[in-house]
Design a binder for this molecule. Structure first.
Ligand code: HEM
Length: 467
């Protein structure tokens, strides 16, 4: 006999459990797990959703049953919901087919291999120095950490992908439209969409979200397309320019639509996640001056005399890396990873997960579970020192990048980029809160959306360090 679907809260006809989720679904689903166990189910409208909330459940979903559960549930806000675009997608492709494997392989070899990463180091360093230069001009003014981090990460990526800067560091006087375009896409994508709860209503697009987001994405695609076309026409500009990712894609015969979708996905997937992590790390360091002091001492010891901070210094900065890990434990950018989907019916922990169920792993809950963490709510980077615990997908109590087939391919890049930016921010500047506020006043409230951001964007005042 087939086992039952996982237990869960009573769900109302038609609505299911939608009204219970509120605007902090990660907290509500964590409470449900305390009542219904590490693998429970709920209904969002007509959609069955199964949520894993323990180390064991995460391992069952992402390792034992990885093949069947590594499909994607594609939300309606994704332009790649449309079947034509879905076929071209890397992150949203509905199942791990040959096209997906091909894209993962290209990205792995051309962007995220040790060799590729090494050749990009100078671009990351250059963009970080642009950031430092910009902040120097902002001395004693309020700096929105999220914005400078976002522009820096985005431009580093666009340098690597297409040899161009596409975003302006100066949001106030942004000349490019990329800043606001991305911000608006993120905002719309974070709005709960009725179509996800009642797919049958999707054609009506009741909130007009799909229409708006499609419009923005068309603009985004057309910006990419213009760059691709220019490259195809051979107007390469600087003849000394090194080959980039776009050259690789063109040379292997990719069509414009294939290139556009991939570029847009890489730029989007890499930017919001990394910049949110940078913002949270800075906030935790400001909030925990003892940790800040330790990072600074470490930098002073390892980066001797060299005024410039290089990427090659990062592997020696173990305490800084522990701070980034601790930040990702408490503030994983994707509290549920990205939604998975069962491509077939399967049985997990003595329960049936029917085909097409949406499957989530609540890593926010796992990262704060006292079963795995001592003083789980305390920011204590020391826990990662002299510990083998890593976020590469083998320790299921700590998987901010996921695990298994769909693990974040950008991991090797992110773990170079994020610490380099944080280290540079604190190496070159002393930071204080505006209006003479004390660090204990810093508001760490989260805002749930596409990523889990700070509700109040972190605003800090820089003072240039005179070394
Ligand atoms: C701190 C930074 C980052 C974090 C925390 C992060 C986290 C994640 C997570 C949780 C997933 C979903 C895994 C799953 O479905 O189970 C993911 C997927 C993905 N990430 Fe990242 N990521 C980061 C940076 C990046 C960067 C820099 C890039 C590329 C430049 C990137 C590209 C992608 C792509 C393409 C996918 C979809 C993979 C697939 O579906 O096969 N990410 N990431």
């Amino acid at each position: 006999s087939t086992p039952p679907i996982p237990p869960g809260p009573f769900s109302w006809p038609i609505l299911g459990n939608i009204l219970q989720l509120g605007n902090r679904p990660h907290v509500v689903l964590t409470q449900f797990a305390q009542i219904y166990g590490p693998l429970f189910s709920l209904r969002l409208g007509t959609q069955l959703v199964v949520v894993g909330s323990s180390q064991a459940a995460a391992m069952e979903i992402l390792k034992t049953h990885d093949r069947i559960l590594s499909g994607r549930y594609v939300p309606h806000m994704a332009p790649t919901k449309s079947p034509e675009l879905n076929k071209l997608s890397l992150g949203w492709i509905a199942e791990c087919n040959d096209r997906w494997k091909y894209l993962r392989t290209i990205c792995k070899t051309k962007l995220f291999s040790s060799k590729a990463l090494e050749s990009q180091a100078c671009k990351r360093e250059e963009k970080v120095m642009d950031m430092v230069g910009f902040i120097k001009k902002m001395e004693r003014k309020k700096v929105k950490i999220r914005d400078v981090a976002m522009a820096t990460v985005f431009n580093t990526l666009s340098r690597i992908l297409v040899s161009r800067d596409l975003m302006s560091l100066d949001q106030e006087n942004a000349d490019g439209e990329m800043n606001s375009l991305l911000e608006r896409i993120l905002e719309l994508a974070s709005t709960p969409n009725i179509s996800d709860f009642y797919p049958i209503l999707a054609i009506f697009d009741l909130q007009g979200l799909q229409k708006k987001i499609m419009g923005l994405h068309e603009r985004y695609f057309s910006i990419c397309e213009a760059i691709v076309e220019e490259r195809r026409q051979g107007k390469r500009g600087d003849a000394s320019r090194k080959r980039d990712f776009l050259d690789t894609l063109i040379d292997n015969g990719s069509r414009n639509d294939q290139i556009n979708v991939l570029l847009v996905e890489l730029l989007s997937a890499g930017t919001d996640t990394s910049s949110t992590t940078i913002e949270w790390t800075m906030a935790e360091l400001i909030k925990n001056p003892k940790c800040m002091k330790k990072v600074l001492e470490e930098i002073a010891m390892k980066v001797t005399q060299d005024i410039v901070l290089k990427e090659s210094h990062i592997p020696q900065l173990t305490y800084l890396q522990a701070c980034v890990k601790e930040t990702l434990r408490l503030h994983p950018t994707g509290p549920f990873l990205l939604p998975h989907r069962a491509i077939d019916t399967c049985q997990v922990m003595n329960h049936t997960i029917p085909k097409n169920t949406q499957v989530l792993v609540n890593i926010w809950a796992i990262g704060r579970d006292p079963k795995y963490w001592e003083d789980p709510l305390v920011f204590k980077p020391e826990r990662f020192i002299n510990s083998n615990l890593d976020f590469k997908g083998n320790d299921f109590e700590f998987i901010p990048f996921g695990s298994g087939r769909r693990i974040c391919p950008g991991l090797p890049m992110a773990i170079k980029q994020v610490p380099l930016i944080v280290a540079s921010l604190i190496h070159f500047f002393d930071w204080s809160l505006p209006d003479g506020k004390d660090t204990t006043d810093l508001d760490m409230t989260e805002k749930y959306g596409l990523t889990l951001r700070m509700q109040q964007p972190l605003l800090l005042i820089p003072k240039v360090k005179r070394v």
